[in-house]
Write a protein that binds this ligand. Structure first.
Ligand SMILES: Nc1ncnc2c1ncn2[C@@H]1O[C@H](COP(=O)(O)OP(=O)(O)OP(=O)(O)O)[C@@H](O)[C@H]1O
Length: 233
């Protein structure tokens, strides 16, 4: 479970999150939407301790993030918006293997996870490819595979569909649905609500650092008029 309680975040004088309370239950699929600058990325960056609250608290699986950063980062897998420059190795296979290697898993288990994660993003057999030779969309898929290979309790993806073509998008969505069905919580931050609402349990909309809608997709859709969120077509 990810619990966000009265979270305030300021950048200098500007308030990016103004007392946000939101709980993501185990196994939930939650979509977070909102206009540019509404605070979506700031919110999710708190979930694995990349930012410190000015007020309020964040707990992951019952433990405050600031009390155990390693536990939070193991439990919450994050995939950030393109461009991603956080690749840790020159090739696809090495990059995706890096996280599982740090968990001290057996070579067999690491290879199985890398193979499985790359298949999930339609990059089967590309382990030897150099990351600096990939397209933006392929890099995004490597980033998603690296997060999948960690098998986190909660997977958070910030604008994961940017740069993905239709087959890659469909493949990633299929995988997210399967993960969710297997008990992993999935949180997708996106401007693009196409397809992603079907598997979602909830749609949360942020505006100016506050939650303005938090409801089932069917109910939330009725309340999007006048909000800076595009309706799915
Ligand atoms: N590092 C920073 N320094 C100063 N202000 C920042 C910083 N990061 C974000 N902000 C500001 O905080 C507010 C919230 O930004 P945030 O990136 O969380 O919004 P967002 O909803 O994710 O936007 P987008 O959809 O454009 O990614 C915005 O006004 C933004 O300009």
């Amino acid at each position: 479970m990810i619990e966000t309680d009265g979270l305030v975040h300021r950048y200098g004088e500007a308030t990016a999150l103004d007392g946000v309370s939101l709980t993501i239950d185990d196994g939930e699929f939650v979509v977070i939407a909102g206009a540019n600058g509404s605070g979506k990325t700031t919110l999710v960056r708190h979930w694995n301790g990349l930012l410190e609250p000015d007020a309020g608290a964040v707990r992951v699986n019952g433990t405050r993030v600031d009390a155990d950063l390693v536990a939070a980062r193991t439990a919450v897998g994050m995939v950030f918006q393109e461009p991603r420059d956080g690749f840790v190795a020159p090739t696809v296979g090495e990059d995706v293997a890096f996280g599982p290697e740090n968990l001290g898993l057996s070579r067999e288990e690491i290879e199985a996870r890398v193979t499985d994660a790359l298949a999930a993003v339609n990059l089967d057999g590309r382990t030897a490819a150099r990351i600096d030779a990939l397209s933006g969309g392929e890099r995004e898929r490597v980033a998603i595979a690296a997060a999948l290979a960690m098998r986190p309790d909660h997977l958070v993806l910030d604008e994961p569909f940017t740069g993905l073509d239709a087959p890659a998008r469909e493949s990633v969505l299929d995988r997210l649905r399967a993960l969710d069905a297997s008990g992993t919580s999935v949180v997708v931050v996106t401007h693009d609500l196409r397809d992603v609402l079907a598997p979602a349990d909830r749609l949360v909309v942020l505006a100016d650092g506050s939650i303005v809608v938090d409801d089932t997709p069917a109910n939330a859709i009725e309340r999007l008029d006048g909000l800076p969120v595009e309706r799915p077509c």
